[in-house]
Design a protein around this ligand. Structure first.
Ligand code: TRP
Length: 331
């Protein structure tokens, strides 16, 4: 039997940080071993918020380079840029004809902005572009174009995957035919919470992120900013409630964790020392990936080539799908 298809989109709206690595990149790459994976950079989704061309271009490269250096193998995973697959946008037009406005009104991403506007006493439509309003339709097009069975995403995207399934069902039942595979979200392991510098969930909006691939010196400097309590060096410390230790656990082996925990409990270790241990352990894991990342960013034509080849393969699938759909719907 054919392998099931796993598809996800990566919105290039920020430089990849540890939260992205453990919450999205790693689980998606694990799924890629089991399923036929199709992963793409959702640059047109990013356009809704990023209106500076240079920034959008840079972020697209940074995100592509990050996934490649974390182990995405473009020979095994179909890796492409959404904007290179124009069939996505044609499908999006088809889907709009089957999507009730009410369904879009109920979309959380849109509704939360409307609610915030109302709360401020502003016009409910303030700062809302049609891209935000129809965001779930474009995302449904991404998903349905490639016959995705599974969509690994964070829980914040759950409703969007459900909307895609909903639209697919509406169309299948209109034509009394399985025109689309009904997608299913996969949330396990995705968005595993990584704590940021201040102990809250690591997130760009909290400004507490640790970027994945910054130069060593900068990484060390950022780690020194992790918020700790104000215990003296001599005092015994509690690893379970410490932000430094929480991040250490993501990178350290069980033995390393036990050893550092023992140092915490026996006292005599200051926060600077704990952070230095974190830096060394983390850097050892990240360095080989960072080397690949730096290499790709120094010669972006390598990224361009990979994405161009991905686009070519993606379009072999998408152009067939669109030709099929056009016939079925009478266009
Ligand atoms: N909306 C997703 C996010 O913000 C990105 C995305 C775009 C996506 N298209 C997709 C995810 C299709 C999964 C499938 O993270």
């Amino acid at each position: 039997m054919d392998k099931k298809i796993s598809l996800t989109g990566i919105k290039p709206t920020g430089i990849p940080h540890l939260g992205n690595y453990f919450g999205a990149i790693k689980p998606a790459l694990q799924l890629a071993q089991k399923y036929e994976a199709r992963y793409f950079i959702a640059d047109y989704h990013a356009l809704n918020t990023i209106k500076n061309p240079r920034e959008l271009r840079d972020l697209t490269y940074e995100v592509a380079a990050a996934w490649l250096s974390c182990g995405l193998d473009p020979e095994k995973v179909l890796f492409y840029r959404q904007s290179d697959v124009p069939e996505t946008f044609e499908l999006s037009v088809i889907l709009t004809a089957f999507t009730s406005k009410g369904l879009m009104n109920r979309s959380h991403a849109y509704k939360s902005v409307v609610d915030a506007n109302k709360e401020k006493g502003a016009d409910p439509d303030h700062n809302i572009n049609m891209g935000l309003f129809t965001y779930p339709i474009l995302m449904a097009a991404d998903i349905l174009l490639f016959d995705s069975d599974f969509v690994p995403v964070g829980r914040d995207q759950k409703q969007h995957v459900e909307i895609a399934a909903d639209i697919a069902q509406t169309i299948n039942s209109n034509y009394k035919k399985q025109l689309f595979t009904i997608p299913e979200g996969v949330y396990d392991g995705v968005n595993e919470t990584v704590l940021g510098l201040d102990g809250r969930k690591m997130s760009k909006s909290y400004d507490n992120t640790i970027p994945l691939f910054i130069p060593e010196k900068q990484l060390r400097k950022i780690l020194m900013k992790i918020v700790t309590n104000s215990q003296e060096v001599s005092e015994a410390k509690v690893p379970e409630t410490c932000n430094v230790f929480a991040i250490y656990k993501l990178f350290a082996s069980q033995e390393q964790q036990n050893a550092l925990a023992a140092k915490y409990r026996s006292g005599g270790m200051g926060w600077g020392e704990a952070k230095q241990e974190l830096f060394e352990t983390m850097n050892a894991v990240i360095k080989p990936m960072r080397d690949i990342y730096d290499d790709l960013m120094a010669d972006k034509s390598k990224i361009d080539k990979i994405l161009a080849l991905g686009a070519q393969k993606a379009r072999e699938i998408s152009s067939k799908k669109i030709a099929f759909l056009r016939r079925e719907i009478g266009i």
